[in-house]
Design a protein around this ligand. Structure first.
Ligand SMILES: N[C@@H](CCC(=O)N[C@@H](CS)C(=O)NCC(=O)O)C(=O)O
Length: 140
């Protein structure tokens, strides 16, 4: 049975642009697991309500549901220790943790401002009012 992952999609469902979802997809690929991705839009909160929160990525692996890209990486290493490791030992874990904080707290704020209009234009028109309002209040 394949792992199911809810993955942020644009107006074109083939366009996937969430850096957090890509982290999870690459982690799943590194583990060599079969993945079925479910295109998800900002207005589809209902579709991931089973995870108890409203952000993607969300992964369903059998009866286990995991959200948050970091929690997914840790889950995959714990659950599939015989497959290639994502984080090797305590030092590998610490280094990956540093890299994710650097990416989200230093790189993302800079990149976000230069690509936000491209994102706005790529998302589903139904998502645009929510995207605009939530991003303006968070980033302005
Ligand atoms: N800490 C979370 C962040 C997840 C996150 O912010 N996901 C965004 C997509 S990039 C999202 O689902 N946004 C939905 C919303 O803003 O309503 C992780 O690492 O997975």
């Amino acid at each position: 049975m394949s792992v199911r992952m809810y993955d942020l999609a644009g107006a074109n469902p083939a366009v996937r642009f969430s850096p957090y979802c890509w982290r999870a997809r690459m982690a799943l690929a590194h583990k060599g697991l079969d993945v079925e991705t479910m295109p998800w839009r900002f207005s589809d909160k209902e579709a991931i309500a089973f995870s108890g929160q409203g952000l993607v990525p969300v992964v369903r692996d059998g009866d286990t549901i995991v959200h948050d890209s970091w929690a997914i990486a840790e889950y995959l290493d714990k659950t599939y220790p015989d497959r290639p490791r994502l984080m090797d030992g305590e030092q590998g874990h610490a280094l990956a943790n540093f890299a994710r904080h650097y990416a989200q707290n230093v790189l993302s704020p800079i990149l976000f401002k230069s690509i936000v209009l491209d994102l706005f234009n790529a998302i589903d028109p139904g998502d645009r009012p929510y995207f605009r309002e939530s991003r303006e209040s968070a980033w302005a």
